[in-house]
Write a protein that binds this ligand. Structure first.
Ligand code: G1P
Length: 276
C-alpha cells in the first residue's frame, strides 16, 4: 500500500527556545524566509503526500492561520509559493487535549490514518534533501515500518531515541531494539532517531498499550519497541542535513546554512560572514 498521508506532531512546548516561544509556537520560528513548519509541510508535499494532519495544542493557533488562505493584496514570492502548494493539499488539524508525550500526540492520528501506512514528520525538525522522500522509497522496497536515523556523537545519545540494529544492505538496518534517551553507558549504538518515520497503523495499538516512560510521558519510541516485537522494522541512515529547531544552536546554524545558499541573500551573507 502506498504512503499517501502525513502526520506532523506540533504540540510540544518550546522550552529550550524560551523566551522566543513564550507567545508563539516553536514551529513558527523562522528559518530565513519561512517558519519551520512550512519546511515540514513542503517536505511532505515534495515527497508525494497531499493529505496532512497537524497535531497542535494550546497556544498553537498561529500554525492554523499560517496555512489559511492569504489575504495579502501585494504579490510576494514566498506567499505565492505556499498558496500554490495549499491548492494541492488538504491540511487537517487536531488538538492534543493534554501534553502527555509524543506517543500520545501521534495517537490522535488514528482515525485520519485509518488502515494505511503513514509518514510521521516532527514539526520542529527540518531535513535537506527531504528525508521523507528517501524513506518512502525505502518503504516501497521493504513494506514495513521504517525510521530515519543519523549518527550522533556518543556524548549526545541521551538526547535521542537510539536504535540497536544490524546493517542488511547499504544504509538499511534491521532493528533489534530501540531505547528512548539512554544513558551514555546503556546506549546500544550512536544511531539516533531523527524525527522522520514511516509507520504501519499497528503503531496505534502499541501506543495504547504503552505505559508512561521517560519524563513520565507516553514515548513513541517505547511504542515502536513494542511494534518491533510484533513486526519487522527497519532503520534508514539519512546522510543529508537535519536541524532540530527546538534547539538554539541548530536553529542558528540552519539559518546560516539556508541564508548562504539563498539566491537573493547568499552572496551578501557570505561577504558578511567573511568580514567577521
Ligand atoms: C523526540 C523523540 C526521540 C527523537 C527526537 C528527535 O524527542 O522522542 O526519540 O530522537 O525527538 O528530535 P524530543 O526531541 O521531542 O525530546
Amino acid at each position: 500500500m502506498k504512503v499517501k498521508k502525513a502526520v506532523i506532531p506540533a504540540a510540544g512546548f518550546g522550552t529550550r527556545m524560551l523566551p522566543i516561544t513564550k507567545a508563539q509556537p516553536k514551529e513558527m520560528v523562522p528559518v530565513v524566509h519561512k517558519p519551520v513548519i512550512q519546511y515540514v509541510v513542503e517536505e511532505a508535499y515534495f515527497s508525494g503526500i497531499n493529505d496532512i494532519l497537524i497535531i497542535t495544542g494550546r497556544g498553537k493557533r498561529a500554525i492554523e492561520d499560517h496555512f489559511d488562505r492569504s489575504d495579502i493584496p501585494k504579490k510576494e514570492k514566498f506567499t505565492e509559493e505556499l498558496d500554490n502548494i495549499l491548492k494541492e493539499i488538504n491540511i487537517f488539524f487536531v488538538r492534543q487535549k493534554e501534553q502527555r508525550g509524543l506517543g500520545d500526540a501521534v495517537n490522535y492520528a488514528e482515525s485520519f490514518v485509518d488502515d494505511e501506512p503513514f509518514a510521521l514528520l516532527l514539526g520542529d525538525t527540518i531535513t535537506f534533501p527531504p528525508c521523507t522522500k528517501e524513506l518512502i522509497e525505502t518503504y516501497n522496497k521493504f513494506k514495513t515500518s521504517i525510521i530515519a536515523v543519523e549518527e550522533v556523537p556518543h556524548e549526545k545519545v541521551n538526547l535521542y531515541g537510539i536504535v540497536d540494529c544490524k546493517e542488511i544492505e547499504n544504509f538499511v538496518f534491521l532493528i533489534e531494539d530501540l531505547i528512548e534517551k539512554p544513558g551514555k553507558d546503556e546506549a546500544p549504538s550512536n544511531l539516533a532517531i531523527l524525527g522522520r518515520y514511516i509507520l504501519t497503523p499497528e503503531i496505534f495499538d502499541a501506543i495504547r498499550n504503552t505505559e508512561p516512560g521517560k519524563g513520565n510521558e507516553i514515548q513513541l519510541t517505547d511504542a515502536m519497541r513494542m511494534l518491533n516485537m510484533r513486526e519487522r522494522m527497519y532503520a534508514y541512515l539519512f546522510r543529508g542535513k537535519r536541524y532540530d529547531i527546538g534547539n538554539k544552536l541548530d536553529w542558528l546554524i540552519a539559518n546560516i546554512e539556508v541564508a548562504v545558499s539563498d539566491s537573493e541573500l547568499g552572496e551578501a551573507v557570505k561577504r558578511f560572514l567573511n568580514s567577521i
